[in-house]
Ligand binder design. Structure first.
Ligand SMILES: [Zn+2]
Length: 427
């Protein structure tokens, strides 16, 4: 193989022609001068159609390629412009990079793969790029995948959810496919027009094929589903119902804690003069993880905490058991779940804890949706795990300025069409 072809392989620019290699001593980078072959020349950067040449553009341009060993590498080439009938005057396409990108396709693909597989700081340090750059790269890679696949094909049972992704109440509306566990759609906003955009995209024919829709009790979701999928069975999202119980439990815990710290010895001033809880109040504050976690995930220490709560505060312990009881309903599901729910409602109604009496009323008002969800097997761990994963991803979002990048990352990681590492067809 001639050495220019070897260089082409190394840099990921084949079938373009490598004309020369230079090592830039000042910047300590490798620069490869590359020429696009005649048959790939003068094509629109957007649609790849052959077009009349417009001008030389802004002359030579550089694209960052994957490092060669430890050395940063760049591809340099002419970036002339063409006039496309459809897209106007645009920079012409190059075979080694996506339109508008400052990185080669292989570089983009590697970053997208890493972003879904490892931590933020690992991607940044390994690839030597800033996090906002990762955002633009994954948005490009996702657009590329979206052009090839139809994420909305074959939808039958879907879940709709709103997820906060930033402080100040910024929300995403997300749609998951219950049958595959995939995230299929997401957009910024949590209102009727946002969700309507999803159903418009789905179109009337495919809307009619939706049989089940699970969601929390938000009125805007209910109304939109009613309008586009009037025949679909509405199911309560178990994740949200259990969260109602966790919230009620937390209110009870806070009351107990507030009471305990007002007792003699319940608080003291720390070194900076702030009031800190002490004694029972302190133990109560530290017990919150034990109360929130699922019993099967408790550490020995947390198990002891629970035993301590059972002894010192039977009311709080009862609240804990009520929360666990409701979780159990969805864990067993089906007819057994419906029967367990009946017993739970009777128990909660006379538990003399106002937060849970109120919760029992809320559950009763959503009963048909909850029954539907238990009936149709939407109570599986799948929904909860997708929800948890999306919520974990939103933590990464704090570095992104625009929600596009977060949505792209979520779709790449949870949408079923994972980005692939470049050039792995031979292995
Ligand atoms: Zn075009």
């Amino acid at each position: 193989m001639p050495s220019t072809r070897v260089w082409g392989r190394l840099l990921g620019v084949n079938p373009a022609v490598v004309e020369g290699i230079e090592f830039d001593e000042a910047e300590q980078v490798l620069v490869a001068a590359v020429r696009v072959r005649r048959r790939d020349r003068d094509r629109c950067g957007v649609c790849s159609r052959r077009c009349p040449r417009y001008d030389a553009g802004r002359g030579r341009r550089r694209w960052r390629a994957l490092d060669l060993g430890t050395v940063q590498a760049f591809v340099e080439a002419d970036a002339s412009r063409v006039r496309c009938r459809e897209h106007g005057v645009v920079v012409s396409a190059v075979p080694w990079a996506r339109h508008g990108a400052g990185h080669t396709r292989a570089f983009d693909d590697t970053v997208a793969w890493l972003a879904t597989a490892t931590s933020r700081s690992t991607v940044r340090q390994l690839m030597r790029i800033a996090w906002p750059t990762v955002g633009s790269i994954i948005t490009r890679v996702r657009a590329d995948i979206d052009a090839r696949v139809d994420r909305l094909a074959g939808l039958r049972r879907i879940g709709i959810d709103e997820i906060s992704y930033k402080k100040n109440h910024r929300y995403l509306t997300v749609v998951v496919d219950h049958d595959t566990g995939r995230l299929v759609w997401a957009a910024a906003g949590n209102d009727k027009p946002t969700l309507a955009a999803f159903f418009e995209l789905l179109g009337p024919r495919r809307c009619a094929r939706i049989t089940h829709v699970s969601a929390d009790a938000a009125a805007w979701i209910g109304r939109t589903v009613e309008q586009y999928c009037p025949d679909a069975i509405r199911c309560a999202d178990p994740f949200h119902v259990v969260k109602w119980a966790t919230d009620a439990l937390d209110q009870v815990r806070r009351q107990t804690w507030n009471y305990a710290r007002r007792q003699p010895g319940g608080s003291h001033k720390d070194r900076r003069g702030r009031t800190a809880s002490a004694g029972t109040a302190q133990s109560m504050k530290r017990a919150r993880w034990a109360l929130w976690k699922n019993p099967e995930n408790l550490t020995d220490h947390q198990r002891h905490k629970l035993a301590w709560i059972a002894k010192t505060d039977p009311r709080l312990y009862r609240a804990y058991l009520l929360k666990e009881g409701l979780r159990h309903v969805f864990a067993v599901g089906g007819q057994a779940g419906i029967e367990a729910l009946q017993r739970w409602l009777a128990w909660a109604a006379r538990c003399r804890i106002p937060e849970f009496v109120k919760l029992a009323r809320t559950v009763r008002s959503e009963l048909s949706a909850i029954h539907a969800s238990l009936d149709h097997g939407l109570s599986n761990a799948l929904i909860e795990s997708t929800n948890t994963k999306i919520r974990l991803l939103t933590r990464l979002a704090f570095g992104f300025k625009r929600p596009d990048a977060l949505i792209s990352l979520a779709l790449l990681a949870l949408g079923g069409y994972r980005p692939e590492l470049p050039d792995r067809t031979h292995t």
